[in-house]
Design a protein around this ligand. Structure first.
Ligand SMILES: Cc1cc2nc3c(=O)[nH]c(=O)nc-3n(C[C@H](O)[C@H](O)[C@H](O)COP(=O)(O)O)c2cc1C
Length: 313
């Protein structure tokens, strides 16, 4: 399935596995890339040494392109950028901060630059500054989100920028990929779907939570400080929302939230840890190998695209 994204990244299918902090490591990224998509190692919350090791692990498993995500809020972002440039990773996705200052350095090292953006203004800005593609991420997504939906972003961004647009947020199957392509996107980025994959090294309890959860099981936290995070509702999010309602200080909320990502998806504390996840959970009903997942997604996308041809006559 050829699109502007498959050409840009030299991959077979227009699917990026979204970076997931404490979840997406070298093994997951390489498995997605071996299956024809583009796998992404998440550097958020990790040391430079860990990221270097994961790049090496990925290179042992695959000779296909994969990327690294730079969490721009992280204190070690400059070192991570240096590492990506030194290792000449195929692409970098950049989120949660201003990616523009890093474009020149990444481009000089021949790294393809793909910022993750939450609205049209930022999409236009990064396209103007030289991004190679963008991910528009709707608030249906798991993790840190903006406040526009995936549909609103697709409707308003895709026609306004002249670089490939990848759509993220609530896309979990082939129909979602087909819908994004029909809207004019060059591909999709999926996170939660790959959390429930065989090669994902997240704690089995976290993976099971994703499989068991359905459409109404996620909540957004972070209203007070406007750092919205979507995850599975549990004791931690209930407590967080209660504290927010009571007008708790940033410090008190931070104390409750800090370290919960590792605690949830890595250590397996699914009640007091954070299990970040998108809203399209009902269709994620089993843990499968990336090759099977991607095969099904492509097959279903083709089926969906064929089924709408009847509307053109
Ligand atoms: C557990 C989890 C952790 C995430 N961590 C990151 C991250 O570190 N950096 C980032 O840019 N996006 C992160 N995301 C967002 C994903 O890369 C992706 O854009 C999102 O999952 C897409 O929506 P979906 O979950 O509905 O597929 C995370 C998502 C999840 C589910």
């Amino acid at each position: 399935m050829k699109t502007e994204l498959t050409t840009l990244l030299n991959i077979e299918y227009p699917i990026i596995q979204g970076a997931m902090a404490w979840v997406s490591d070298g093994e997951l990224a390489a498995s997605v890339s071996n299956a024809g998509g583009a796998g992404t190692i998440a550097a958020g919350g990790r040391t430079v040494d860990w990221v270097r090791e994961q790049i090496q692990i990925a290179r042992k498993i695959t000779d296909k392109p994969f990327g690294v995500n730079i969490m721009l809020m992280a204190d070690n972002r400059d070192e991570i950028v240096n590492l990506i440039c030194k290792e000449k990773v195929a692409y970098a996705t950049l989120g949660a901060g201003n990616p523009v200052p890093y474009f020149e350095k990444l481009h000089k090292a021949t790294v393809t630059v793909i910022p993750v953006v939450p609205n049209l203004r930022i999409a236009k800005k990064v396209a103007y500054e030289g991004a190679d593609a963008i991910v528009i991420e709707g608030m249906e997504a798991g993790g840190h989100v903006g406040n526009l939906t995936t549909m609103a972003l697709m409707t308003q961004v895709i026609l306004e920028v002249d670089i490939p647009v990848v759509v993220a947020g609530g896309i979990a199957d082939g129909r979602g990929l087909a819908a994004a392509l029909v809207m004019g996107a060059a591909g999709v980025q999926m996170g939660t779907r790959f959390l429930a994959s065989t090669e994902c090294n997240a704690h089995w309890k976290a993976k099971n939570k994703i499989v068991e959860a359905s459409d109404i099981d996620t909540v957004l936290t972070g209203f007070v400080h406007k750092h919205y995070v979507r995850g599975i509702r549990n004791k931690m999010t209930d407590k967080y929302l209660e504290l927010e309602k009571q007008g708790a200080s940033e410090e008190a909320l931070g104390q409750l939230f800090i370290g919960t990502n590792k605690k949830g998806v890595f250590d397996g504390d699914v009640e007091w840890g954070s299990i970040q996840a998108g809203q399209s959970l009902t269709v994620i009903d089993k843990i499968e190998p990336c090759e099977v997942l991607i095969g099904k997604i492509i097959q279903d996308a083709k089926k969906a695209l064929l089924s709408i041809q009847k509307y053109t006559t």
